[in-house]
Design a protein around this ligand. Structure first.
Ligand code: PDD
Length: 291
């Protein structure tokens, strides 16, 4: 069952008018919330980010945090699956086509849930391939907007090269992946770019940073140059659906040095382990003390 504007229905019956501004202009925002064994992961943080995306595009939040919280739990309860990710989207609504905002229009709210397939043991063991590309997106990458055409084109360039992700570079500096944040490891230290308008403030990114700090792993949050990306000992991507995943080949060359070149490294293995432990503790706790 999916949720559309206050009603529950099978996805095949869900219809939106062609003049929805999400369809015409990509005028909307979204969230992807992983749910493990029925427990939404970091729900509050996802809802805070939803609010800042809505503020960023000047759409009034149609629901309170409490209502969103209820709806996410409701969709999970209606779709019992072991691990799943809830996708929710808010667009500005339906109006005759005109770039400027229409007046008095109600936002369209859509929610669905799908099985969450985290990386396979084989992918974990071998890592994935990535390519680099010029980050040619707009300057508000901090907004989780449904206008994802640039991200789709960039991701397709990875797929065309037989790779899984595209690592983006802007003015010679690392930004993020086409649908992930990127971490670099050098001499045992973890480095990742700061949260600016050039990257999406990832919920997984925050968890990884918290885990690094809590476990006293060396961590620097600073600009990362293209040279540092290419000379990294390890490269990881993080996202709600991929969790922490090693990139073992970049532009056809092995990532890393010496015997571990082209293979996931030890810091990734440690972080993956910490992430899985963290997930387990969180999932054992009552939902209201999760974050
Ligand atoms: N994407 N950067 C971009 C551009 C993303 O699209 C995503 C996630 C992330 C990681 O954010 P988080 O850790 O909160 O998932 C970073 C989601 C999964 C998607 O669009 O499907």
């Amino acid at each position: 069952m999916i949720y559309l504007n206050g009603a529950w229905m099978p996805i095949e019956q869900a219809m939106i008018p062609v003049l929805d501004r999400g369809f015409i202009f990509g005028d909307g925002v979204y969230e992807v919330i992983p749910c493990y064994s029925g427990h939404p992961f970091r729900l509050r943080e996802h809802l805070v980010r939803l609010q800042s995306s809505l503020d960023g595009v000047r759409i009034a939040n149609p629901y309170s945090v409490e209502r969103w919280d209820e709806l996410v739990r409701e969709i999970v309860a209606k779709n019992p699956m072991h691990d799943q990710y809830v996708y929710l989207q808010v667009t500005r609504g339906v109006a005759p086509r005109d770039h400027a905002f229409p007046k008095g229009v109600k936002p369209t709210v859509f929610m669905m849930t799908n099985p969450l397939v985290t990386p396979s043991p084989e992918q974990r063991e071998r890592g994935v391939a990535a390519v680099t590309a010029l980050d040619n997106r707009w300057l508000r990458c901090d907004i989780k907007s449904v206008s994802l055409l640039a991200n789709c084109l960039l991701r397709q360039s990875a797929v065309d090269a037989g790779a899984a992700e595209t690592v983006l570079l802007r003015d010679g500096m690392l930004t993020e992946g086409s649908a992930s944040n990127i971490f670099v490891v050098k001499n045992g230290g973890i480095i990742t770019p700061p949260k600016t308008n050039f990257i999406l403030p990832g919920i997984t990114y925050d968890v990884v940073i918290e885990l690094a700090r809590a476990n006293r792993l060396p961590l620097q949050i600073r600009q990362v140059s293209e040279a540092e990306v290419r000379d990294a000992d390890e490269l990881w991507l993080t996202s709600s659906t991929k969790e922490v995943l090693s990139i073992s080949m970049l532009d056809g060359k092995p990532v890393g040095h010496g015997t571990s070149a082209g293979k996931p490294g030890p810091v990734a293995a440690r972080m993956h382990q910490l992430y899985q432990e963290y997930k387990r503790t969180v999932m054992r706790a009552p939902d209201n003390v999760q974050s």
